[in-house]
Design a protein around this ligand. Structure first.
Ligand SMILES: [Zn+2]
Length: 280
């Protein structure tokens, strides 16, 4: 299977309880400003800041423990809006750092933004309104009054490469960059298994029935909290009939006339590329 660089990296190991008595040299920081991450160009492009290089006072608010990797402990911390960054440090949306920083730094940065957002969005219990505290045994927050446990949300979504003979179905959403096509995708709904989601989404978006659904691979897509589950399926019946609320154009493409498709960070690229090479 083709790898897809952004999330080929294993996430940090969230070892609990959180390690204690670490020296600054054992700590690593990922600094987040709103939904962007701090990165630097020197000595090499990266988003991970060594503990002893963290400028005093730059991190605002309590740091959030992320996990460990090779005896190093990683934390996310917020940088206040308007804070002055050291020379050569900038902020950037994570997705724009693909190919700029190592894949590992990009994956860790996306994870840091995700976990900080989880922490900040769940300081109060959604059931009784009392304060929550971080769990000491797992990635969760616990209500200090009713003991309700909240976990980071993961929203499963299918993405499917639909084959018809030597052609593949690609579609354009009005939200896409002009000229770019992709394969169909959609969120799983409560009560559905993933195969049912594939049947429903393809039916709704392009009016086609599919068969022979098989699993390809999956990719966490933390913008903000999806897990993309990739499938390949064969055309069964029907003519393309698009849902104009979701799709502005869809058609069958051969390998020779493929339009531009998404960047290499995504599983949609990996699926289309695997098909182009005859692997699926
Ligand atoms: Zn509660």
């Amino acid at each position: 299977m083709e790898h897809y660089p952004l999330y080929a990296v294993h996430p940090l190991h969230s070892v609990f309880p959180e390690p204690e008595d670490l020296s600054p040299a054992q700590r690593r920081w990922i600094l987040v400003q709103n939904t962007s991450v701090v990165f630097r160009d020197e000595p090499a492009p990266g988003t991970v800041v060594m503990g002893d290089l963290l400028p005093e006072g730059l991190a605002s608010g309590a740091p959030v423990y992320l996990g460990t990797d090779n005896d190093l402990c990683y934390y996310a911390a917020e940088v206040a809006s308007g804070a002055t960054l050291p020379p050569g440090w900038e902020t950037s949306p994570v997705r724009e750092l693909h190919g700029v920083v190592p894949d590992r730094d990009m994956a860790y940065a996306a994870y840091a933004i995700r976990i900080l957002d989880f922490d900040r969005s769940n300081t109060f219990c959604g059931k009784c309104g009392a304060n929550t505290r971080p769990s000491t045994t797992e990635r969760a927050r616990i209500c200090t009054s009713c003991s309700r446990i909240v976990y980071p949300r993961v929203s499963p979504a299918i993405i499917v490469l639909l084959k018809k003979g030597e052609k593949v179905l690609l579609a354009r959403s009005p939200r896409f960059t002009p000229g770019v096509y992709s394969i169909l995708a959609g969120f799983n709904e409560p009560g559905e298994n993933l195969e049912q989601t594939v049947h429903r989404e393809v039916g709704e978006e392009v009016g086609i029935a599919v068969k022979n659904i098989r699993y390809f691979g999956s990719e966490p897509w933390p913008f903000p909290d999806s897990l993309m589950i990739g499938f390949v399926a064969d055309y069964d019946s029907g003519e393309i009939r698009i849902d104009p609320r979701e799709i502005e154009e869809a058609s069958w493409f051969s390998r020779e006339n493929l339009p531009p498709f998404p960047s290499k960070t995504s599983i949609s690229w990996a699926l289309i590329e695997a098909w182009r090479r005859g692997e699926v």
